[in-house]
Design a protein around this ligand. Structure first.
Ligand code: E4P
Length: 224
């Protein structure tokens, strides 16, 4: 089954979506944490309380050197949760990923804007690859196309890396990448809510209720 994540540090929204979606866990990035004004340790403590011991969390290094990223990855890995270390798939990041994987730490290569960049990260051993679908679209190219090419390359070369598609602004982008058979996806809260919203749903449910009460009053189905 595809792994479904929320891309947020908003605990209340995680509580909300935990109730109605099969969340595998939560992804964050430095911008998300900065905008929440909450550090990684505090967010993880709260998230773990909400999602329980089987949840997986993806947290990004902020170091800018290979040695720094490797050391930071080790520290993130030692946190008492199921952690995946996010490393930007830059030249420096790819060098770090090669070293981090020697320690068997789970790694997500992030900030992927092209299929070839993602493929290099996969060859370096990244467990997850995060192409930024909407950001690629916003640059005038084709985010879904990048995901399709990357999934094709992974299949062709028998690589086990999972695409964790990221950066969405609408459900069409989500549907288009899910149809490609990717292994994981992370949704911002607003797009997650749109996944089961449709203007016709509530009127349909209200009509059922009206018809029922007119025929059977306050009886429940099994009482009728
Ligand atoms: C995930 O790895 C990214 O941090 C995130 O999904 C980017 O999303 P945005 O383009 O909406 O900021």
């Amino acid at each position: 089954m595809i792994e479904l994540y929320l891309d947020t540090a908003d605990i209340e929204q995680v509580k909300r979506f935990k109730q109605c979606l099969p969340l595998k866990g939560v992804t964050t990035n430095p911008s998300i944490l900065a905008s929440a004004g909450t550090g990684l340790n505090e967010v993880l403590t709260d998230l773990a309380q909400v999602l329980g011991p089987n949840a997986r969390f993806h947290a990004q290094v902020v170091s800018t050197s290979v040695a720094g990223m490797v050391e930071e990855a080790k520290q993130i890995h030692q946190l008492p949760y199921d952690m995946v270390v996010k490393v930007p798939a830059t030249e420096t990041g790819l060098a770090a990923i090669k070293q981090i994987k020697k320690d068997g730490i789970l790694v997500l290569a992030t900030a992927i804007y092209s299929a070839q960049q993602g493929f290099m990260a996969a060859l370096c051993g990244a467990d997850y690859l995060a192409p930024y679908v909407n950001r690629i679209d916003a640059m005038g190219t084709n985010g879904v196309g990048v995901v399709a090419d990357l999934q094709y390359l992974l299949n062709q070369h028998g690589l086990a890396s999972k695409i964790l598609a990221a950066s969405f602004k609408n459900t069409q982008q989500v549907m288009d990448v899910m149809k490609l058979g990717i292994g994981a996806i992370t949704l911002p809260v607003d797009v997650a809510a749109q996944m089961f919203a449709h203007p016709a749903v509530q009127p349909a449910v209200e009509q059922f209720s009206k018809d029922w009460h007119e025929a059977f009053g306050n009886k429940l189905s099994f009482e009728s």
